[in-house]
Design a protein around this ligand. Sequence first.
Ligand code: SF4
Ligand code: SF4
Length: 120
Amino acid sequence: MLRALIDALFSKADTVQYPYGPVSLPEGFRGAIEFIPERCTGCGLCVRDCPANGLELIRESREDFQLWYYPARCAYCGQCQLTCPRGAISHTNDMVLPTTDPEGLAVLLKTGHKNSNKKQ
Ligand code: SF4
Ligand code: SF4
């Protein structure tokens, strides 16, 4: 027993050190959302198919719209990635960290003509 304890004290940890060190996640892990605004046409299909109400499209005209993302509602299900015909929204392999910043709870992904980054 004492020998096992001493060995454990001086050997490398078997567990990952996350969040204090990097963690290697498997390919296909549905982590943080990545968005490519130039590809988004504001079609709203991702909003229609999101089962968690994690996306919102506010449209005033064909060209004038805002696409919002709410990370706290997101179930990281991958449906928006499957739905988007333009490949504008997808998952990365990055872990999603908790936040205490209220600004991080509503993320403006894309704006049409408007340049505001605040919800109106
Ligand atoms: S990953 Fe799922 S829950 Fe999150 S925004 Fe996309 S469709 Fe909605
Ligand atoms: S992210 Fe894709 S599905 Fe969603 S509004 Fe933009 S183009 Fe349409």
